[in-house]
Design a protein around this ligand. Structure first.
Ligand SMILES: [Zn+2]
Ligand SMILES: [Zn+2]
Length: 361
């Protein structure tokens, strides 16, 4: 099969021929239908996050099961699935206390060092980014990395739910648990930010304030539920949010990944408010917290993949879509072929798309 492979920081992804092994007892082989182009892949290519070379990239994928291992009972060939970058072991303390996204046992779901590799190609064994490797015509995953979805769900839009939509919606609904009537600020109105905005609307937030530098993104935010928009290039967004909310938002979400903007998110919430850091901040960038914010009982937390329980959350998000309550159609702004992946990264960097999706025949 063909796949887009990370070989070296700064180089474009290489389209290579990759061999897929047969499923082991707990594994599922999938014909990929679509894979969204998400910032985390770009972070690896740019060297913001370190990752070993020889990895098939992509982690926001959906497709149709083509074969299953001898012990798999959850899915069968022909089932449609979304892959999730939060595989869970189902046995560890985190899984058993309702936090499978923090699973301590996911390493045990991979093949062992001396086993045949799932994927091999130029230079031998290859790895799967985020335990998925979605920019590829086929996926070979542990069954605990997939969730079944109904046949009525279009797979290119289902793919988005695998990472970006779950990350944004889960930050609002699971991590922060936004309550009805509250005020919410979202810094960054790209794919993840728009999912957070839509989740805030579903949660019944009273004021939903989108902050961005680009008018096309603020316009999309208004269509998807923002009640107010703030152009951060034209004013001090913290002062503006405090003015709109009359003293500070109840919740703020940073979905860009800039330390200074995380600080703004904490500054713009009122006493007792919660700021959630969703975007990937480079590991070397410190985030400064003022003691006075702690004295005001403000909370600052991260959110990993929307604190998801993906086999619970993703079917719910699919229902929202099929019922017309979650707009995914307008979030897919470009469909590309696998060999156009590097151009899709360029479009992601420029901000001209909400989401590109690689689609396979
Ligand atoms: Zn992602
Ligand atoms: Zn676990």
């Amino acid at each position: 099969m063909k796949a887009a492979v990370f070989r070296k920081v700064g180089d474009p992804l290489a389209i290579e021929e990759v061999e897929v092994d047969a499923p082991a007892p707990n594994e599922v082989r999938i014909r990929t239908a679509a894979c969204g182009v998400c910032h985390s892949d770009l972070h690896i290519v740019q060297g913001v996050l370190p990752w070993p070379p020889g990895a098939v990239m992509g982690h926001e994928a959906a497709g149709t099961v083509s074969a299953v291992g001898s012990a798999v009972t959850y899915v069968k060939p022909g089932d449609r699935v979304v892959a999730c970058p939060s595989p869970f072991c189902g046995k560890c303390h985190k899984c058993l206390t309702g936090n499978p996204h923090l699973c301590a046992g996911r390493g045990g779901l991979r093949r062992r060092r001396n086993d045949r590799p799932r994927l091999s190609g130029r230079g031998g064994a290859m790895t799967q980014f985020a335990d998925i490797g979605g920019y590829a015509e086929e996926l070979l995953l542990h069954e605990n990395a997939v969730v079944k979805i109904p046949d009525a769900m279009p797979l290119d839009r289902a793919a988005l739910i695998g990472c970006g939509v779950t990350t944004g919606m889960g930050a609002v609904l699971n991590t922060a648990k936004v309550h009805t009537g509250s005020s919410v600020a979202v810094f960054g109105a790209g794919g993840v930010g728009l999912a957070a905005i839509q989740a805030a609307r579903l949660a019944g937030a009273g004021k939903i304030i989108a902050v961005d530098l680009l008018e096309n993104k603020l316009a999309a935010a208004r269509r998807m539920g923002a009640t107010h928009t703030v152009d951060a290039g034209a004013c001090d967004p913290v002062a503006e949010i405090q003015r709109i909310t009359g003293g500070g938002a109840d919740y703020a979400f940073e979905v860009i990944g800039i330390a200074r903007v995380v600080e703004q998110a904490l500054a713009c919430v009122g006493p007792g408010g919660t700021a959630v850091s969703v975007g990937v901040v480079p590991p070397t960038d410190p985030i400064k917290v003022q003691w006075n914010d702690l004295f005001q009982e403000k909370k600052l937390t991260g959110s990993q993949m929307g604190s998801n329980r993906f086999r619970i959350d993703i079917p719910a998000y699919v229902d929202f879509y099929l019922q017309g309550r979650l707009n995914l159609d307008d979030m897919v702004t470009r469909r590309v072929r696998l060999d156009q992946i590097n151009e899709a990264f360029r479009a992601l960097t420029s901000g001209e798309v909400l989401r590109s999706v690689v689609v396979f025949e």
